[in-house]
Design a protein around this ligand. Structure first.
Ligand code: 9UX
Length: 72
């Protein structure tokens, strides 16, 4: 069963940043669909909680040089 999470992304400067993050998240095992909205600074991610956690998603974003937190 998949879950979804919204992340607030920080540090994106141009639209290509959004594509980098989207591709990076989509490559993570357990992520079935990641969509980044540059203008809204958000990522919408569908994932399998047995394979990957929201913290893992945030770590990936940080690895790519940006920052993220879970949107409340
Ligand atoms: Mo645009 Mo973002 O030239 O890492 S891709 S600033």
């Amino acid at each position: 069963i998949n879950e979804t999470v919204e992340l607030h992304l920080m540090g994106m400067t141009c639209a290509a940043c959004a594509n980098r993050i989207e591709k990076g998240l989509n490559r993570l095992p357990g992520v079935s669909q990641a969509t980044v909205n540059f203008a809204l600074e958000t990522a919408h991610v569908e994932y399998s909680p047995a394979e990957v956690s929201p913290e893992d998603l945030i770590q990936k974003v940080k690895q790519l040089g940006y920052d993220a937190k879970i949107k409340e």
